[in-house]
Design a binder for this molecule. Structure first.
Ligand SMILES: Cc1cc2nc3c(=O)[nH]c(=O)nc-3n(C[C@H](O)[C@H](O)[C@H](O)COP(=O)(O)OP(=O)(O)OC[C@H]3O[C@@H](n4cnc5c(N)ncnc54)[C@H](O)[C@@H]3O)c2cc1C
Length: 409
């Protein structure tokens, strides 16, 4: 019997896991992995601040999908086939112990992304997978009479495979977008996701470094909001709530050229009627105490002082001297603090690109193209992206494993 040949394009998380899985599930397949760069697994290396947040401790497929602004519906079936629990077990069986942090993020116990890279490289060696670096794929063609695939790399070398898996990450600099379009695929334009909001002439810049664990950030023009920790930076606002919001609103904010207004509710889940009553009660019960003493235990003193300053309310007047209008104004500043955003800053810990191969053109039971037989996709080249927390690697592992399962059959 002739050995089946498979080509995987892209030596990142999805490409490596796909290539290894194919060889693991069908040892008679010859797998060649083509990587454009000098080095493979570069993003894995820098991921999670060098610690690699490899997945999230969320084992319920439906709940897991709720962390994907794009790909939520399509990933449900795949997560029933390969999910964080499977990936953790896969690593454990290969000697990589993992740990879960309080917020659910999962890391290798070693706290080093290098252990993930070493594990993949060891598997690639054991399974005799051919990894060709400095091999930027520039052309892809389907050979009609044999139903196989021919890829050409920069410099003119060609490789033939019975099946082909595209795992190039973002298509932005991949040089294969036009080939995929020629094959009938629609591509959504690459657009950044996971970023902080810049606020020029930032009124809170001298509070830079201050963070609130429970706040709410809203974009009224998009009717979208997110609760969670917010960090005030010298450039604007950041922190998990902001980064998650950027992900949910990524495409719409791109078309607004990152110019929009946000409203911050500094009281977060402690706002509403309860939060309003705190002000009313303090006026009634402690009329002689001074306003400078913040009545909200979770609002940092510096922020409280700044909010009063912005409304020109002296810190040393007593609650009895506060007018009804001033009380109303304090509450508005606390629950709907306006900030005009103009621009974004990339999140250094983790950033992804949304956009890529349109999901309607892909069969999510197999990750095979609906446009061309024998062509598969895995990872960030698909129009899928998650919020921070290990979700982006998980979608790369899942799509890679499912593509590999079908290829190996
Ligand atoms: C700084 C940073 C930190 C991150 N941290 C985390 C984290 O902790 N947890 C998490 O879940 N996600 C994290 N992410 C996101 C995560 O890294 C990506 O979602 C993931 O790497 C996608 O994997 P991929 O294999 O699809 O793409 P990539 O990792 O981008 O790999 C694609 C590979 O394909 C190669 N390639 C491209 N075009 C061609 C071509 N034409 N021919 C040959 N090769 C080609 C590229 O050179 C690249 O090596 C982080 C991202 C960044 C930038």
């Amino acid at each position: 019997m002739e050995t089946r040949k498979v080509i995987v394009v892209g030596g990142g998380a999805a490409g490596f896991f796909c290539a290894i899985s194919i060889a693991e599930l069908n040892s008679s397949t010859k797998v060649t992995l083509l990587e454009a760069g000098k080095k493979t697994l570069r993003k894995v290396k820098i991921s999670g601040g060098g610690r690699c947040n490899l997945t999230h401790h969320c084992f319920e497929p439906k709940l897991l999908t709720s962390h994907y602004p794009r790909g939520q519906r399509e990933l449900l079936g795949p997560f029933f086939q390969w999910q964080p629990k499977d990936m953790i077990q896969w690593f454990t069986e290969r000697g990589i112990a993992t740990k879960r942090e309080a917020d659910g993020r999962v890391f290798p116990v070693s706290n080093s992304s290098q252990s993930i890279i070493d594990c993949f490289e060891k598997e690639v060696g054991k399974k005799d997978i051919q990894v060709l670096r400095n091999s930027m794929v520039t052309d892809i063609q389907c050979i009609k009479n044999t139903n196989s695939w021919l890829v050409e790399t920069e410099g003119g070398a060609t490789h033939e495979g019975d099946q082909l898996c595209i795992a190039t990450g973002t298509l932005k600099n991949s040089r294969i977008s036009s080939c995929l379009e020629k094959l009938g695929h629609t591509l959504s334009p690459p657009i950044p996701s996971l970023f902080a909001f810049n606020v020029p002439s930032h009124p809170l810049s001298d509070l830079s470094g201050l963070s609130l664990q429970d706040a709410e950030v809203k974009i009224p023009s998009l009717s979208i909001s997110q609760m969670g920790p917010v960090l005030i930076t010298h450039k604007g606002i950041s922190g998990p709530a902001v980064i998650k919001l950027s992900s949910w609103a990524a495409k719409k904010l791109f078309f607004k050229d990152y110019k929009f207004e946000v409203l911050i509710n500094w009281l977060g889940s402690n706002g509403g009627m309860e939060g309003r009553m705190v002000l009313k009660n303090v006026r009634k019960e402690h009329p002689r105490s001074i306003i400078g003493n913040c009545p909200y235990p979770l609002i940092p003193k510096r922020l409280w002082g700044k909010l009063l300053e912005q409304q020109s309310i002296a810190k040393d007047i007593t609650w009895a001297h506060l007018s009804k209008e001033q009380e109303k104004s304090i509450y508005e500043y606390l629950t709907a603090f306006r900030l005009p955003v103009d621009g974004k800053s990339t999140n250094k810990e983790e950033f992804v690109t949304c956009g890529g191969v349109s999901l309607t053109d892909v069969n999510f039971k197999t990750l095979e193209s609906k446009k061309a037989k024998g062509l598969f996709f895995a990872g960030e080249c698909l129009d899928i992206d998650g919020v921070t927390g290990g979700f982006n690697f998980q979608s790369a592992w899942t799509t890679a494993r499912i593509a590999a399962t079908r290829i190996a059959k």
